[in-house]
Design a binder for this molecule. Structure first.
Ligand code: MV4
Length: 657
């Protein structure tokens, strides 16, 4: 038994915060480490102490073993939690911890080394009765041997780098004719990526699900699993959606894969948290793929179905205590689902999108694990994951629908992100029906280009919000000039959604956009949240005004994505000066200018009237102010969008100071 009093977390972002949270609950002193760009990061604020490692590049900070060990020594830490990524599966680091008398929260270096060697891992598993696909994994085989063995393995097959993992250095080969060339390419790729060109061969399972089992083992001979997760929905080996339990398994399959994973952990005398990955064939057979010797990104779905704190379990094992529960005591409740929100642009080949998170509003109905707060920067030095959203429900569909609702309830601006893409996949029939397969996104590539929100609907939502504002008062939108002709509840609101100009006509409960068909609309709002029904169409999201209180600009967020809206857009030449303008809501003829230029008017006073289609429309002051100048006169014909009057509302003058 070696009690941990002070824990250094050798990581950043959401996982550092996640570990700090549990460590605090357990009464440990926490030490954060940080690079220069992370000096003000949330994980640094939340730890009891923080130690600077170095400049932003990971190799000079979070990957610098000497600096991390020194930080632990200097801060009096007795243990290091590596999180995931960075040094979490680095045997040199695990050894360095041991040499420095520090507890490494993870398995021994030997288990990391063994599972890092994909050939040795396969051999170990096969010997322990864990199913593996037909293959060839003898070390040191030359090309001639591999060519001969490929025929025995059979085609299609995969050439996998022994030092690989996560899909790196992998080549599929359909037939014997293509083998030699693919072998050369795989070796070259592996040599470049890992400095190690050893490969193994394995029969290729073209249609399969990724099912992984969470295992735990202690120093007292106990080894258990905490059920499985399905992580089939991936894009280029990047997991996107993870869930637990894996849907559609029979209870026998679930038990068998759990037992196999525990056998795998026992086979290598494993300690701590581990994940055993399997490929599941459509027939329900499963085969060992690889084992990850760390806490995984997707561990929260297991936490939500079991109610267990996996970081607390890791710390228990690291202190030499027995596992908190036996296999029989570990229960499963309902279903959990996680999506990874990335700062990347689905409309530009998913390129990463670094930048400042201007707006950041988290949904309330799900667990959010994030390393960011509003105003923080997503740095291009590190992983672009903004957050994980994790839901729990009585069954899979409830968890799924909660996650869809959570994405509707999200608002992020400042960087591109994949929330609309996640929303699209979660809402798709293939995913809803759990037709899971590692090639789901390749087969349904339309899911990868989410349609942006319909600009007409965004326009109606923004216009509806403007119309609902009181005409006077301190409300900045109330200070805008109104377009409410006498005796009618008819309002014309010109606006721009992004670069797209629209004119919305609200007529009692009807809304019409750009001369289209009117349809009944209903806008419900609660705080910043809105739900719009317009005819048969529906849009939900948030309406958030910029912090500087600019009355003309607002942002409508749909699926977390911002659609900037400019109300009553002035012509470019009239943008400066902070003046409000009266703009012709439609083409027509000026029939009356009700006041003289320079006149002061009260809110609701008529300013100018135009006529179109034999109907008069009087534009009235939305707030008290000064009519600075008429750009038109009686009898003028004007086009829609023409600036008619320069108007200075008193409210906006006050605001300008
Ligand atoms: C496979 C396979 C099919 N057959 N092995 C991808 C990552 C690495 N862990 C191994 N991988 C695969 N190994 C055999 N024999 C298909 C994949 C694979 C995959 C696995 C899980 C999730 C997504 C994937 C995407 C492409 C390929």
């Amino acid at each position: 038994m070696a009690a941990i009093n002070t824990l250094l977390i050798a990581n950043r972002g959401e996982i550092a915060r996640r570990i700090i949270r549990t460590a605090r609950e357990l009464g440990l002193t926490t030490v954060a480490v940080y690079s220069d760009t992370d000096a003000d990061a949330p994980h640094v604020r939340e730890a009891d102490r923080a130690v600077r490692l170095g400049p932003a590049p990971a190799r000079d900070s979070y990957l610098d073993i000497d600096k991390v060990i020194r930080a632990a020594r200097d801060s009096g830490a007795d243990a290091i939690h590596p999180g995931y990524g960075f040094l979490s599966e680095n045997t040199t680091f695990a050894d360095a911890c041991a040499d420095a008398g520090l507890i490494f929260v993870g398995p021994g270096a030997e288990a990391i080394r063994l599972m890092g060697d994909k050939a040795a891992a396969r051999q170990h598993m096969a010997q322990s009765g864990v199913p593996v696909l037909p293959g060839f994994d003898r070390e040191g085989a030359d090309d001639a041997t591999l060519i001969a063995e490929a025929d025995k393995v059979g085609f299609p097959l995969l050439i996998k780098a022994v030092a690989g993992g996560g899909g790196k250095g992998m080549r599929a080969v359909d037939n014997a004719a293509g083998f030699e060339e693919a072998l050369a390419a795989a070796r070259r790729e592996a040599r470049n990526a890992f400095g190690d060109d050893r490969v193994l061969l394995e029969r290729y399972l073209p249609t399969a699900r990724h099912v992984e089992v969470q295992v735990f083992a202690d120093n007292h001979g106990n080894a258990v699993h905490l059920f499985e997760r399905d992580c089939s929905v991936q894009r280029r080996h990047q997991k996107i959606i993870e869930e637990a339990p894996a849907p559609g398994l029979t209870e026998a399959q679930r038990r068998d894969v759990g037992d196999a994973a525990v056998r795998a952990a026992r086979a290598i005398d494993y300690r701590g948290a581990g994940t055993v990955e399997f490929l599941f064939s459509p027939e329900g057979e499963f085969f060992f793929m690889e084992m990850n010797t760390r806490l995984q990104v997707e561990h929260p779905v297991t936490e939500l179905i079991t109610g267990e704190d996996l970081v607390a379990w890791q710390l228990a094992v690291a202190e030499g205590r027995p596992l908190p529960k036996s296999q029989e005591q570990i229960q499963r409740h309902g279903a959990a689902m996680e999506v990874r929100l990335y700062a990347e642009n689905p409309y530009q080949q998913f390129l990463p999108s670094a930048g400042r998170l201007e707006q950041l509003r988290w949904p309330e109905q799900v667990r959010v694990d994030s390393g960011f707060e509003a105003g923080d920067r997503v740095s291009d030095h590190y992983d672009p994951m903004i957050a994980k959203l994790i839901s729990h429900g009585g069954d899979r569909d409830q968890a799924r629908r909660r996650l869809v609702a959570a994405l509707d309830d999200l608002a992020i601006s400042g960087v591109h992100h994949n929330a609309a893409f996640l929303h699209r996949v979660l809402s798709s029939p293939v995913f809803a029906d759990a037709e899971l397969d590692t090639r789901l996104l390749e087969k349904h590539s339309d899911l990868m280009t989410p349609a942006p929100a319909d600009s007409d609907l965004v326009a109606v939502a923004a216009a509806g919000a403007v119309a609902q504002r009181p005409a006077t008062g301190n409300d900045p939108w109330g200070a805008l000039p109104g377009w409410r002709p006498l005796g009618q509840k008819r309002t014309l609101i010109p606006l721009r959604v992004g670069e797209q100009a629209h004119t919305v006509v609200l007529d009692n409960d009807q809304a019409r956009v750009d001369g289209g068909e009117p349809a009944p609309f209903h806008l419900r709002r609660r705080g910043t949240a809105f739900e719009l029904h317009w005819g048969e169409r529906r849009l939900a999201g948030h309406l958030i005004e910029p912090r500087d209180g600019d009355a003309r600009h607002t942002a409508v967020f749909v699926h977390g994505q911002d659609y900037p809206v400019e109300i009553h857009p002035a012509r470019e030449s009239d943008r400066a000066g902070g003046q409000d303008g009266f703009i012709a809501p439609m083409s027509g003829t000026i029939v009356a200018c009700h006041v003289a230029a320079g006149a002061t008017v009260a809110a609701g006073d008529a300013v100018i009237t135009l006529e179109a289609m034999k109907m008069e429309h009087t534009l009235r002051a939305g707030a008290a102010g000064t009519v600075e100048r008429f750009h038109v006169a009686d009898g003028d014909s004007v086009a829609e969008g023409t600036l008619l009057v320069d108007f200075n509302s008193l409210d906006s003058e006050t605001e300008a100071q």
